[in-house]
Design a protein around this ligand. Sequence first.
Ligand code: SAH
Ligand code: SF4
Ligand code: F3S
Length: 454
Amino acid sequence: MNDKTVFIKTYGCQMNVYDTMRMKDVLAPLGYVAVEAPAGADLVILNTCHIREKAAEKVYSDLGRLRPLHQAKADAGGRMIVAVAGCVAQAEGEALRRRMPIVDIILGPQTYHRLPEMVTRVLREAGHTECDTTFPVDPKFDHLPLPGGEGPSAFLAIQEGCDRFCTYCVVPYTRGAEYARPVVSILEEARHLVAAGAREITLLGQNVNAWAGEAPDGRTWSFGRLLRDMAEIPGLGRLRYTTSHPRSVDADLVAAHRDVPILMPFLHLPIQSGSNRILHAMNRGHVVAEYLNTVAALKAARPDMMLSSDFIVGFPGETEAEFQETLDLAKAVGFVQAFSFKYSPRPGTPAAIMPGQIDDAVKVERLARLQVVLAESQAAFNAACVGQVMPVLFERHGRYAGQLVGRSPTMQGVFAKAPAHFMGTICDVRIVAVGSNSLQGVVDGVTDERKAAE
Ligand code: SAH
Ligand code: SF4
Ligand code: F3S
């Protein structure tokens, strides 16, 4: 079969990164080989994100930039098929093509297993276009092949969709209702990833810790139970999961953090605001004190546990005093990493039409103040790591020859000089310096039991 090329650009969250890999997997049997640039590609897929206005608009400007490449391919006697996948495709559907006629295929996050048929039909019939933004009853996971090798650190989607309906958020509309994959298919994919070289698996879901799935024994397993079982997979050295909702951290999950050593001491647990009134208006379903209790319980179970979070500033009606409460909360918890955003009104969400929309200038100013606080606690934590020895899983080559880059248990990027065969191993690294966003270290020894045996 003649090789054809596919270029996929990924926007948005880790789930989209996972979906991009799975799209490559479903296209491989058709002879599509992934390439790193769109010029000359036979198929270009934009795997889009609708979470904030800027993210969605970027897709249209990127489609505009594709036009000359699309034309150049046609001038050379070929054809570039253009597909828009992901959450913008789901939200906009056919409207997207009206604005951007070069788009041949529009497909939502739940239908990409049908990509091969769609591409085949578009190639077969002149002028044919496809749009599938349905939520099939039959989950796509039942139709996906096992993934290809993804390196030392792999993603595995175990849950998708969200039933929480935070008033600012598009995800429940773009990803649909919560769906939990059954235990058997999760474990099969996990074992396959480990056999293909994964040492670390990050379980993914929009609301990952709400996972409760069907087990082989006919019962419904809790998320904590799944983590305990996964930890038994031979060769798996690290386990993580994201993104969690504070409401779904139960006693069983806290206990798993106490009992499962390969469960890394780092949790991304979005809070969004430090004001109870705003949390209520956001429909987050918890108050600040509950969040702080959850953090305390996690730290009691696993004393080295560090937290990261997401924040939204300038939610409709947010007063200066309420914003101050967010600053206070950020200082009190001391997050070691955080993502903070200006509130972006999204069409169709309740918050978009709430009274008290905040001026952009105020949002800009609040965001800057919050980011100072968040950067301070991140920098303090990084500085405190100097002199410590920590296990680092080397995942990729660094910018300089002989350098490998990996992650600490608490997700900091760590650079160190190391021989290439240390790639994919967990090494003890002594931290010697702090960069702007990463740590620099010296390899102390190989802790990895597999390599040590060689
Ligand atoms: N499922 C996760 C994250 C969803 S999106 C959760 O429940 O937290 C990732 C982050 O984007 C959110 O945590 C939130 O901080 C931010 N976000 C979502 N909608 C937004 C909006 N309309 N404006 C600004 N930020 C938003
Ligand atoms: Fe969006 Fe809220 Fe669901 Fe997270 S929990 S995906 S923020 S609706
Ligand atoms: Fe964006 Fe969809 Fe993820 S809106 S954040 S790509 S779930």
